[in-house]
Design a protein around this ligand. Structure first.
Ligand SMILES: [Zn+2]
Length: 250
């Protein structure tokens, strides 16, 4: 927290509370969207058979995806709140381009919770959700570059997105069972967002997922998972990018 005093502290607490509460609404949405490509969203809980309400109401539920089947939904909510709090605390100011970049990262964290829950359930990152996030990130970064009269921000972001995308595309071609095209798309967007901070952020954000994932892969193996059991990479991409942004952002 570099300036602002009370106003900054108030915004920080507000952002953490809002993000923690908002993230509690994702488990139901994630559960319904945890289907194979082109399949329609789940209309009922597969564990107890409870049908979800028709229309919009069927998507709105805070806490566990199904009211009969408890799940530790608060873990992702608290993680989202903690990550948002850390980035809000790190923000240099809450005006102009700084506010836009912070908004971009808070959107990445929210979308990250939804995408991670789906990736953990069915090992995929739905294209439409990733593209929705891409649109938000592009608008935020583009407007920030315009407002601050720093077109090079956008240029570096685009170059970083292309570089990270190319790296992950090669990784997906080399290790098709570990890295999917969804990971390539998500990594490209995160590389673009990190590019605003320069190349140190981009390199850090690209390396961190590879440091964060192995302990979980080992734990999975020790718990009796087969050597071929897949670990979704989306949550590590998001976590790595947020940590890189925290360490290098301003
Ligand atoms: Zn249920």
């Amino acid at each position: 927290m570099q300036d602002g005093g009370l106003g900054h502290a108030g915004l920080l607490i507000g952002a953490v509370a809002a993000i923690t509460a908002a993230a509690a609404w994702w488990p139901r949405v994630a559960y319904r969207l945890s289907v194979a490509p082109l399949e329609s969203p789940r209309a009922e809980c597969l564990s107890c058979g409870q049908a979800f309400a028709p229309g919009r109401r069927g998507w709105l539920r805070g806490g566990s995806a199904c009211r009969n089947c408890p799940q530790p939904w608060w873990i992702t909510s608290l993680l989202a709140g903690a990550m948002s709090g850390a980035l809000t605390w790190r923000a240099a100011a809450f005006t102009g381009e700084h506010l836009l970049i912070l908004t971009c990262w808070l959107a990445i964290i929210q979308a990250g919770v939804l995408l991670s829950l789906i990736d953990l359930a069915v090992m995929r990152l739905p294209v439409r959700l990733v593209m929705g996030l891409a649109a938000i990130v592009c608008v935020c970064v583009g407007t920030a570059a315009l407002l601050s009269a720093q077109p090079q921000l956008l240029l570096t972001a685009m170059m970083a997105g292309l570089a990270v995308g190319a790296f992950y595309l090669l990784a997906a071609l080399a290790l098709p069972s570990q890295i999917g095209l969804g990971d390539v798309r998500l990594a490209t967007i995160l590389g673009f967002a990190l590019g605003v901070n320069g190349w140190t952020a981009v390199v850090l954000g690209t390396a961190l997922p590879y440091l964060l994932a192995p302990p979980f892969a080992l734990a999975l193996l020790l718990r009796g998972g087969s050597r071929k059991a897949q670990l979704p990479f989306g949550p590590f991409l998001i976590a790595g990018a947020v940590i890189a942004q925290f360490l290098t952002g301003s």
